[in-house]
Design a protein around this ligand. Structure first.
Ligand SMILES: Cc1cc2nc3c(=O)[nH]c(=O)nc-3n(C[C@H](O)[C@H](O)[C@H](O)COP(=O)(O)OP(=O)(O)OC[C@H]3O[C@@H](n4cnc5c(N)ncnc54)[C@H](O)[C@@H]3O)c2cc1C
Length: 442
């Protein structure tokens, strides 16, 4: 038996010893939903190895709980990378494929699940199914994205990779209106660049960042310690990064969310040092804060009514300017990260996260707290956003809070197709349903 097969056999045995109501025990997590119920934990931490990088076929075979940090390290040794690498080092490939990930290569390669060639999935009854686009379990293959472990756990995957060059040459261009900005994003998607994303600081300060692989660089910048990447977007029009630093450019400051732990102040950066300035440290601090209720106690003392608005939503590009103006006026969180999504293969339809294969979508990412001057109903801002996303033909990721009614949820995530998969692959409903897990937080 291979090492992977031994680990798989152990995991099946552990799952069989539970009644199926399990949660994954992992070393890291990017889930922002707090669970309201407790369940047995299934220790999947050892499923974290890169099995094989095949440069001739441009594929990688990897265990499901491998972090992108380890996956990228293994691939870069062979001068290649997965087609889409989420920005945070601790995201695992199984998490990104069962949830929804994205990055600046998504305008060409879609979302991480769109470059998966096959997967092994552990079902609630302890069976492991091999799923591929044309195999007998093709419905499960297409149903896993956006199922968040409610149909099964992804134990192993084979994914496409692409060759890399040692550097990325970057340009940051400022735009002064949402309309002109999204026109430029659209044009960039049809160009020969390799990476596209953007940072929006206000309705007239919108930056489009374009990256291109290059073999040579006159210099390289370093944003892994004292300098902060998102500030460079505002202050310089051109830059060069090593491919590794480009891939992890957002991780050092968790985009801009490191401000919550004061890590954008020089003394704190000096104190934390290069090794601790990363999303893994911030997650630990955040969980520690939730466990001891520090921020909650301060808010209660100051009679504040904050609402956490941590979301990623995808909007058809024709409606992107309207969404942005609504968001700045009604919610007001800044900065906002944007990233175009395209390149879908019309033959590969993922029913639980349906994106129209013909057009480009814009992902908007915003991760902060809105301080309400007066008491508002629970989830007020999140509900406003959900309604606007629905009206504009968009869709939202489910890693954080969601307030949809069951009917809205069924409509947005193709509930009929999901229910059919649930009945087939988890007939005894040992795992929670997607609605229970993502909205009711049971
Ligand atoms: C603040 C924040 C920022 C984010 N930023 C980005 C970003 O920049 N780019 C991006 O691409 N994505 C981003 N995401 C989304 C992220 O990719 C998804 O939430 C993803 O599911 C997290 O993967 P994880 O490995 O950390 O999984 P976890 O957080 O551990 O788990 C997430 C969910 O997926 C399930 N799950 C985990 N592993 C598996 C598996 N192997 N098989 C089946 N189900 C599994 C878990 O049961 C759980 O329900 C962000 C999320 C947050 C909270």
């Amino acid at each position: 038996m291979t090492n992977y097969q031994c680990k798989k056999a152990r995991l099946i045995e552990s799952l069989k010893q539970t009644n199926g109501r399990v949660r994954l025990r992992k070393s890291t997590s990017n889930l922002f939903r707090n669970r309201t119920s407790s369940s047995a934990s299934l220790d999947v931490r050892e499923m974290n190895q890169v099995i094989n990088v095949d440069t001739a076929q441009q594929t990688v075979e990897v265990e499901g709980m491998t972090t992108y940090l380890d996956l990228v390290d293994a691939c870069l040794q062979h001068n290649c990378m997965p087609l889409v690498v989420p920005q945070l080092k601790s995201i695992t490939i199984g998490g990104a494929v069962s949830g929804i990930g994205i990055e600046s290569s998504s305008f060409r390669h879609g979302l991480p699940h769109e470059s998966v060639l096959n997967m092994e999935v552990l079902l609630s009854n302890g069976e492991v199914e091999n799923c591929s686009p044309n195999g007998k379990n093709r419905d499960l293959f297409y149903g896993i994205p956006n199922s968040y472990g409610t149909l099964g756990y992804v134990l192993k995957l084979t994914c496409k990779t692409m060759p890399v060059k040692p550097y990325v040459s970057l340009t940051h261009t400022r735009y002064h209106s949402p309309e002109k900005y999204f026109e430029a994003v659209n044009a960039a998607c049809a160009s020969d660049v390799d990476f596209i994303d953007g940072s929006i600081f206000s309705e007239n300060e919108l930056y489009l960042s374009l990256g291109k692989f290059t073999n040579e660089a006159p210099y390289t910048s370093d944003y892994t310690w004292l300098n902060i990447y998102f500030r460079s977007v505002q202050s310089r029009s051109a830059d060069y990064l090593s491919i590794q630093d480009y891939i992890w450019r957002w991780d050092t400051d968790w985009f801009w969310c490191s401000k919550n732990v004061f890590a954008q102040n020089l003394p704190i950066r000096l104190l934390l040092g290069r090794k601790r300035l990363n999303s893994i440290t911030y997650q630990k601090i955040m969980r520690w804060n939730v466990r001891y209720g520090i921020t909650a106690k301060i808010n209660a003392l100051l009679s504040r009514q904050p609402e956490s608005v941590i979301q990623d939503v995808d909007i058809p590009i024709a409606n992107a300017a309207e969404f942005l103006k609504f968001f700045i006026k009604e919610v007001g969180i800044k900065p906002i990260w944007i990233c175009p999504i395209g390149g879908h293969d019309p033959q590969r339809v993922f029913p639980s996260y349906p994106l129209n294969s013909k057009g480009i979508y814009i992902n908007f990412g915003f991760w902060d707290v809105v301080q309400n001057p007066e008491k508002k109903p629970t989830g007020y801002f999140n509900r406003l956003i959900e309604d606007k996303v629905s009206k504009l033909g968009g869709i939202k990721s489910l890693y954080s809070d969601a307030y949809f009614s069951q009917k809205q949820f069924m409509d947005m995530y193709n509930g009929a197709a999901y229910d059919a998969l649930k009945t087939k692959y988890d007939p005894e409903q040992k795992f929670k349903s997607l609605y229970q897990k993502c909205v009711l937080k049971n």
